[in-house]
Design a protein around this ligand. Structure first.
Ligand SMILES: [Zn+2]
Length: 526
């Protein structure tokens, strides 16, 4: 048979990565990620897989991020019995991340079912539980970068360092089929180069087909190297400490936390910053930091002292320890999850400190629309936390140079180094506009092969010289919305309450009369 590739996720969206390769020896799955974002997209997580989970003989993971790995426990529970191939970094991170994801699925459903019971609706089951996530960890099998592995009859793979996350990889796949062997290269997520734990992403030259991410395909950033990024962080932290209050950093538990610890320690070592207590208040981030500590020989720069082993660094896992931080006066740094402030212990710390004018909140990552983090970055005050209104008097600062993704120029450079590409390029893992922008920029480089932008559940038959596109028989989503009615509803309600806070009573009454008139059905004519 002629090999084919079917895109069951990250096609027209950035989440739910899941690509099925069918070839002479059977089926091989690359990534099995959770859908995130608008509810219409997240709802796909609860539906059956659009293929028989027993069909793939093996699964290969590019990296541990949940949008690439988060449906693995569901796949295993529904009958997948094969090996899950990944790097040792990915395996060690997933040991903590998948059970944590199971715990999150269980608690989300618990809240939902409380409401469902009140409304007399049927209860829903979690996508998977912490226990189910723990059960599938035995199927993980770690391999080194650069080594060919026979993963099933007729298919072998090799990992290349993608520079995006500890253990992240691009995957080179060789499959047998009519017309001879073909080489497929899946980029996974690509890093920007020059990060604390990574250099430029690597990869082989001369594939038949390249499947490339396009998350920031429309973004052009000024280049920031390690030194400049650290200088910017140092300036922000010094300013925060000078005002005498606590510095809160909402963090993503995996890699962003460890990068910050690395850079903060460098700044303390070189005397830019005074020795300052750094509290890491997140059980997942503490466990993940331990994984980084174990992998330090592979990722640390030569001559840099262990960044996770300092007398002023205090990892906190117990709730009691977290509560004790309430008594902190100032001159300390608290890092806590979640990075967008929509859950986790950071919300307690924000409630404690946002009203204090000498406190600082420093955002170091992307804030999705509708999250508390986004509202704070937009300058909203007051904000609601745990049902209470909190006045925002703290300084709110943003540092956006810690991105783990390549921008347009870096994606083009990675693609150029993979040439000559003989069959074609498919762009994945990007919303509509960035993906189109990257396709245009790539075409402008004079690339001689077709550039595909597959839709969800579409198949490409890899006929040498001419790919054949086969649309999904039953598409699960016709268009993938960037914003659905749930998001718009939340934003409209927020806008309305914001408008009601300003002006006088007469203006408020006039506004509500207008809204009410829109909702009143017209009177029937008699
Ligand atoms: Zn990623």
């Amino acid at each position: 048979m002629i090999p084919s590739v079917t895109f069951h996720g990250a096609a027209g969206t950035v989440t739910g990565s899941c690509t099925l390769i069918r070839h002479d020896g059977g089926a091989l799955l690359i990534d099995c990620g959770l859908f995130q974002g608008p509810k219409t997209v997240k709802e796909l997580n609860y539906r059956d897989f659009p293929f028989d989970p027993r069909e793939p003989a093996a699964l290969v993971l590019t990296h541990a991020h949940i949008d690439h790995s988060g449906l693995v426990p569901k796949l295993c529970r529904q009958g997948f019995k094969g090996r899950i191939h990944c790097t040792s970094g990915t395996r060690d991170l997933l040991t903590f991340m998948l059970p944590d994801s199971g715990f999150i699925q269980e608690s989300e459903v618990q809240h939902l079912n409380q409401r469902n019971r009140q409304r007399g609706r049927a209860e829903v089951q979690p996508i998977y539980t912490r226990k189910a996530a723990e059960a599938c960890l035995d199927q993980l099998e770690a391999a080194d970068y650069g080594t060919w592995i026979d993963v099933m009859p007729g298919a072998k793979i090799r990992f290349w360092d993608a520079g995006h996350l500890l253990g992240s990889a691009s995957v080179e796949v060789r499959v047998a089929g009519d017309g001879g062997e073909q080489t497929l290269l899946f980029s996974g997520d690509l890093g920007p180069g020059d990060k604390p734990f990574h250099g430029l992403p690597e990869g082989p030259a001369g594939a038949d087909w390249v499947f490339c991410e396009s998350t920031y395909g429309a973004t052009v950033r000024p280049p920031v190297d390690n030194q400049e990024r650290r200088r910017q962080l140092g300036a922000e932290v010094a300013e925060a400490l000078k005002s005498g209050g606590v510095l809160l950093i909402p963090v993503f538990a995996v890699e962003r936390t460890q990068e910050l610890l690395y850079d903060l320690n460098q700044l303390i070592d070189d005397g830019t910053l005074p020795r300052t207590d750094i509290f890491l208040d997140s059980p997942l981030a503490v466990n993940v930091t331990e994984v980084f500590r174990q992998h330090l020989p592979d990722i640390n720069h030569a001559g840099v002292a262990n960044p996770f082993d300092r007398p002023y660094f205090h990892p906190i896992t117990e709730v009691e320890g977290s509560k004790r931080l309430n008594r902190l006066g100032g001159g300390a740094i608290i890092m806590a999850a979640s990075g967008m402030c929509d859950a986790g212990r950071i919300r307690h710390h924000l409630k404690n400190h946002l009203w204090q004018p000498n406190a600082t909140v420093l955002f170091v990552g992307y804030q999705a629309p509708g999250t508390l983090g986004r509202l704070l970055v937009q300058g909203r005050s007051p904000v609601r936390i745990h049902g209470e209104e909190v006045e925002v008097r703290a300084r709110i600062r943003t540092l956006d140079s810690y991105s783990g993704h390549a921008d347009q120029a870096e994606l083009l450079a990675w693609l150029a180094a993979r040439g000559p590409i003989r069959g074609g390029v498919a762009l994945m893992h990007g919303e509509t506009a960035p993906r189109q922008a990257l396709a245009d920029a790539l075409a402008a480089t004079g690339l001689a092969v077709p550039i595909h932008q597959p839709a969800l559940d579409e198949t490409i038959v890899l006929r040498p010289g001419k790919a054949e596109r086969v649309p999904a028989a039953q598409p699960r989503l016709v268009t993938v919305p960037d914003e659905d009615w749930h998001n718009l509803y939340a934003r409209t309600v927020l806008d309305l309450s914001e408008r009601l806070r300003h002006g006088d009573d007469a203006q408020r009454l006039a506004l509500l009369r207008q809204v009410s008139a829109l909702l009143t059905p017209p009177k029937a004519d008699h």
